[in-house]
Design a protein around this ligand. Structure first.
Ligand SMILES: [Zn+2]
Ligand SMILES: [Zn+2]
Length: 263
């Protein structure tokens, strides 16, 4: 079996970047770090950025695209992006050379990988998650989404590992200092996934064979790694699933890479 690994280099509203490698094929999902910071983190993890084959963008919010242009130019890497987001990224970047617009969530083949976008509800012009497959081991990533409906759940089901948003604790958000309007946006159907919602999704996915779940895009204001982890662990427990035995939970941090997690 090909060795497969996943590593979140950054996750949260200050920047997102996820690395995925299947044997000789490696990709990044989003690049919301400065090129300098990306290099520091990749180096820390022993990841060779010159071997990245393609970059995939989920949506045009700046925490996901800030460093896309700089990375593409430095390494000559093609960038696959939903076509609806293209004009926004080019406005920031002024450079279209490396961008390959994806019209209708078509699958993209990168060497021996198939990368399939699927649309998720979020308040950008167009937001996708991705399911990556070599035909045997699937991995999916879904951050920045207001809720997980049946369609999204189907896209995430049966993956070995899933990077799933666990943005906020609903009580911390409700009692916190954000203005009412922002609270409503975050908790809304096109906002961000709560810990409770993520926990239920995690339990459903564990029952489809998911073994590793990376809780991602945690709010620094309305969540903590401990609260997110405990909420996920408790939700699994309510469904008779034991964290540590049946499934492993990880926290994707903002300031520190997750480490290279083998599948
Ligand atoms: Zn984001
Ligand atoms: Zn977003």
């Amino acid at each position: 079996m090909k060795d497969t690994e996943i590593c979140t280099l950054a996750s949260g509203s200050k920047g997102n970047c996820t690395y995925l490698r299947y044997g000789d094929t490696s990709i990044l999902i989003d690049q919301g770090l400065s090129l300098r910071e990306l290099k520091v983190r990749a180096n820390y993890c022993g990841i060779d950025l010159s071997r990245i084959d393609a970059l995939f963008v989920t949506h045009e919010h700046s925490d996901h695209i800030k460093g896309v242009g700089a990375f593409a130019r430095a390494y000559g890497v093609p960038v696959h992006i939903p076509s609806a987001c293209l004009s926004y990224i080019c406005k920031e970047d002024g450079d279209e050379r490396y961008y390959i617009p994806n019209e209708q969530d078509a699958s993209v083949v990168v060497k021996d990988l198939k990368v399939t976008p699927f649309r998720v509800p979020h308040d950008a012009h167009y937001t996708v998650g991705y399911r990556i497959s070599d035909g045997k081991n699937d991995v999916a990533i879904a951050t920045d989404l207001g809720y997980v409906g049946d369609g999204t759940l189907a896209k995430l089901s049966g993956c070995k590992a899933v990077v799933l948003e666990s943005n906020h604790d609903s009580l911390m958000l409700a009692k916190g200092r954000y203005p009412q309007r922002l609270k409503a946006r975050i908790a809304g159907k096109n906002g961000h996934l709560s810990n409770d919602a993520a926990g239920e999704v995690a339990a459903a996915l564990a029952q489809t064979g998911t073994q590793k779940l990376l809780l991602a895009h945690l709010s620094e204001e309305n969540n903590t790694p401990e609260v997110a982890f405990e909420s996920g662990r408790a939700a699994l427990g309510r469904h008779g699933i034991k964290e540590g035995d049946d499934v492993l939970l990880y926290i994707a941090g903002q300031y520190k890479p997750s480490g290279r997690i083998k599948l």
